[in-house]
Design a protein around this ligand. Structure first.
Ligand SMILES: *Cc1c(COP(=O)(O)O)cnc(C)c1O
Length: 405
């Protein structure tokens, strides 16, 4: 155990003085994590119900991923892609075997992989579909969250994400989420791709109507348009399937993953597609110094093995159903709806409940860390290693907060 000479309040004061204020975190200063639990600098224990926005599907400091990280870090961390390394080919192969996509392209953060997918779709439009150069259009949906770069916020519909950050990148069209006909109508001869999240996590665990993903797939196929799924948050077991699109037996042309791909150790993301699409990049057209590093590849390989070997996808189904049932039974006058899939669950509060933030602060006092998303939704997304006993510890506390507050 480390001892602290600084208190929670001290750390917060330092952070407020010296750090940019681009987040509004709960006032808990975490020092240590293990599995589903984290411990603050005062030694208090909390159940992590956010999992770093689903980057920690495997839990905090998973021993097998830690082992892979340390072993690889002692041996070789970075070659750049100017040279080859012996970890990356194995990651490629294992990703292909696991996901069924013929190829992948590794990046670091999620948004870089999204940008990569957008570049790829544009390239495909010019090289394969025959769209006139620099005329490609990409259809996106309202409420989307794909990251924070200027191009990606160009098609955000959240004013906070973009108001002060223009001018924006052209070439994006936005239609309502969940409305397949709107996509059909927005398609032109210049449409390269449609990009969606199968469930909108950041927008507040918004679920499209049943059949939407299948309809989008059909519309894309009929119109020679690529379907891109951003599974950075929903993928790798979170919703009870490897990919959330599989709930509707849909295989997008391009799937983007990140977050849990490294189990929270190191930023690793990837674009997955078949050879006819991902084979289009030529040397020099795209790259990243750290993308595909031996360290990242070794960590990702271990993180994927944990998902498979520990049956995290099945556990997400079982524990997700259990948690959702338990939450749905809470007779709170504040709750408007409980929704989700697997262990990606949103509890939407009524507007008159006074916002989700105060409920999250009350949960913190009871040893549960959850975060509001937008005004009125509390997201419950614990690590996929969570067990029934832990949920039975958590649910009465959640219940108390939702009934009391
Ligand atoms: C988190 C997230 C991103 C961005 O990932 P970063 O690693 O933060 O860049 C993109 N899309 C979705 C759906 C996400 O949840």
């Amino acid at each position: 155990m480390q001892t602290n000479t600084l208190s929670t309040a001290d750390y917060i004061a330092i952070e407020d003085q010296y750090g940019a204020h681009n987040y509004h975190p709960l006032d808990v200063v975490i020092q240590r994590g293990e599995g589903v639990w984290v411990y603050d600098v005062e030694g208090n224990r909390y159940l992590d119900c956010l999992s770093a926005y689903s980057a920690l599907n495997q839990g905090h400091v998973h021993p097998k991923i830690l082992e892979a990280l340390v072993t690889q870090a002692r041996q070789l961390t970075l070659t750049s892609r100017a040279f080859r390394n012996e970890q990356l080919p194995l990651l490629y192969k294992e990703l292909s075997e696991l996901t069924g996509y013929e190829m992948s392209l590794p990046m670091n953060s999620g948004v870089e992989a999204v940008e990569t997918a957008l570049k790829l779709a544009r390239k495909w439009a010019y090289q394969v579909k025959g769209v006139p150069r620099h005329k490609a259009e990409i259809i996106t949906v309202e409420g989307n969250f794909h990251g924070r770069t200027i191009s990606v916020i160009s098609f955000s519909t959240e004013p906070l994400y973009k108001d002060d950050f223009g001018p924006f990148t052209p070439g994006f069209i936005t239609v309502p989420y969940g409305d397949a006909q709107a996509i059909r109508q927005a398609i032109t001869p210049n449409t390269a791709a449609v990009m969606i999240e199968p469930i909108q996590g950041e927008a507040g665990v918004i679920m499209p109507p049943e059949g939407y993903l299948r309809q989008v797939r059909e519309i894309c196929s009929e119109n020679n348009v690529l379907m891109i799924a951003d599974e950075i948050q929903t993928g790798l077991g979170r919703t009870g399937k490897l990919f959330a699109c599989q709930h509707e037996d849909v295989r997008p042309d391009i799937t983007v993953i990140g977050k849990a791909l490294s189990g929270g150790f190191y930023p690793v993301s990837a674009v997955l597609a078949d050879r006819d699409v991902l084979g289009l990049f030529r040397p020099g057209e795209h790259g990243s110094t750290f993308g595909g590093s031996p360290l990242g590849a070794a960590v990702a390989r271990a993180a994927l093995r944990v998902i498979v070997e520990e049956n995290l996808i099945e556990n997400a189904v079982k524990m997700g159903e259990y948690l959702m049932d338990q939450l749905a039974e809470i007779p709170s006058p504040h709750i408007k709806e409980v929704r989700g899939k697997g262990l990606l669950i949103g509890v939407e509060l009524k507007p008159e409940a006074g916002g989700a933030r105060r409920f999250c602060e009350a949960l913190q006092k009871k040893g549960i860390l959850a975060k509001e998303t937008h005004e009125n939704v509390i997201r419950f997304a614990p690590p996929l290693i969570i067990d029934r006993e832990t949920l039975d510890w958590a649910v009465p506390r959640i219940r108390e907060v939702l009934l009391e507050a």
